[in-house]
Design a protein around this ligand. Structure first.
Ligand code: BGP
Length: 489
């Protein structure tokens, strides 16, 4: 068998896309609660704030120039649909959903905790009802022998911290985060073993994700320095609270190939890949890599550090690399090369590969390539914590949802993972396909873009009764898990 006996098969979701109950149980607001569904080709994650405090859409590739609105409140407009408010309502459906995950044979379930449910303003005030909610969810998972895999911050910024501190651009936010992480580590120390600090740390930017109101390189990298320090401190603290914790980082992995063998394209692909690997270098190796320090010098970025920061980063390295993989891309210096959509960025089109209905390049072998490269570079266990196909599923007249395209996508990617393990010797902890139950799309805010094995009756116009039904892929994935990845159908 390619996969180890204790391989963590499961599924993955995030709070702001799945949980709902946005004002229930004392939860405070988060930035994404104020963001409506964008739609296809509308980069929701790039939503920003204007000087007047209005939400706007940043044109792709622009830098964001809004400022903190004075005493900004009243973000949420009446008669407007905000997908995160109810999302697909884990809040009221967790028992039903976990029973379905158990039927599929999940060994683990990746989810995130909402920061503002635990600390409503993101600061030191603690909401016991919020803590109790996750106790119930974790207890229910453990009842079925499903290990929670918890992301402490998945595109999550308490609105108060965005308004009053300009999010992660303020150093104070480090202490707030470490307090929050410490709270959840202590509370769930006997229930959760697997943790990740920040989701897709290597693409975090802007107001929605990190609460900053300007997205220029100086502000962005300073914010990231604070995030690195916060993550490293959290990793150290977690290990003190429970030495058995396995704490990882989480990156968006999008390997880039040179468009041609022109050295300029090869160098451009190295540049693109470094812009993503930089975050792994810091969190796994424990230092700022030379190429990035040179890039800071060239671009005039000066990171303000306090004495001890680099030592904290050196000591707080992670135990594993969790990563999302949806697509590869290509790099070129040719400005006229054809473009396509990508995961939070615009990609160049690879003429050899097909794209999904949302324009994302489908490249199973890219997963093996990425796994091999990452493992060779870092020598720590890997965990594929996101992978999947966003598609517009439809319910047939007989009530069935025939998502054969999803089965094909996942099968090809599991085969690629197997090759990475069997042929390349990569150490792989587990696999949690994204959006294992339908959730709101992060990138577009749509319900139409679905990833799940379980369909949820919730639609982009705000209708739907939230009822759940199995798609064809449900039984397929159940067989995959039961055979530990040998029966791919
Ligand atoms: C990743 C995020 C997820 C998720 C996924 C799919 O970037 O970590 O939150 O949503 O991409 O993206 P989308 O929902 O835009 O299809």
């Amino acid at each position: 068998m390619a996969f180890p006996k204790d391989f963590l098969w499961g599924g993955a979701v995030a709070g702001n896309q799945y949980e709902g109950g946005y004002q229930s149980g004392g939860r405070g607001l988060a930035t994404l609660d104020a963001v409506t569904g964008g739609g296809y080709k509308k980069p929701r994650m790039m939503t920003y704030r204007t000087k007047e405090g209005e939400l706007g859409e940043a044109p792709i590739d622009s830098s964001m120039t809004g400022q903190i609105p004075e005493g900004a409140t009243g973000y949420i407009k009446p008669d407007t649909f905000y997908p995160s408010h109810m999302a697909t309502d884990l809040y009221h459906h967790y028992k039903e959903d976990i029973a379905l995950f158990a039927q599929m044979g999940f060994k683990c379930f990746r989810m995130s905790i909402s920061w503002s449910r635990i600390c409503p303003k993101g600061m030191y005030e603690v909401n016991e009802e919020g803590l109790a909610f996750y106790d119930r969810v974790f207890d229910e998972l453990l009842r079925y022998g499903i290990q929670p895999v918890v992301t402490i911050d998945h595109f999550d910024m308490p609105l108060y911290l965005a308004d009053h501190y300009d999010g992660w651009s303020s150093r104070e936010v480090i202490d707030f985060f470490v307090f929050y992480a410490g709270m959840v580590f202590k509370r769930y120390k006997d229930k959760v073993r697997y943790w990740m600090t920040f989701n897709e740390i290597n693409v975090l930017s802007g107001w929605c994700q990190i609460g900053i109101h300007r997205n220029d390189p100086q502000t962005l990298y300073q914010a990231h320095h604070h995030i690195f320090v916060a993550s490293a401190r959290a990793v150290e603290l977690g290990h003190q609270i429970n030495p058995d914790f396995t704490i990882g980082m989480m990156a968006a992995v999008i390997p880039s190939y040179p468009m041609t063998c022109r050295p300029e394209d090869v160098m451009e692909s190295i540049r693109f890949n470094r812009s993503r690997e930089f975050y792994m270098d810091v969190q796994v190796k424990g230092y700022y890599p030379a190429y990035q320090l040179k890039a800071f010098e060239r671009t005039g970025v000066r990171i303000a550090m306090e004495p001890g920061d680099l030592e904290i980063i050196r000591k707080g390295t992670v135990d594993f690399i969790g990563f999302s993989y949806y697509m590869s891309t290509v790099s070129t210096t040719d400005p006229d090369a054809e473009k396509t959509e990508g995961n939070q960025f615009i990609a160049f089109k690879n003429p050899h590969l097909a794209t999904s209905d949302w324009g994302w390049t489908v490249d199973p072998m890219g997963l093996r390539i990425a796994m091999s490269q990452i493992y060779d570079r870092y020598h720590v266990p890997l965990f594929v914590v996101e992978n999947g196909l966003g598609a517009a599923d439809t319910i047939n007249e007989d009530g069935q949802i025939d998502d054969g395209y999803r089965i094909a996508y996942l099968r090809d990617h599991i085969k690629a993972m197997k090759e990475a393990v069997e042929l390349d010797g990569v150490e792989l902890m587990g696999y949690t396909p994204w959006g294992c139950i339908d959730i709101v799309s992060a990138g577009t805010g749509e319900m139409k873009k679905r990833y799940g094995f379980i369909y949820v009756e919730r639609y982009d116009d705000g209708t739907g009764d939230f009822s759940r039904r199995k798609k064809k892929s449900f039984d397929w994935y159940k067989r995959v898990i039961a055979s530990n990845g040998e029966d791919l159908g």
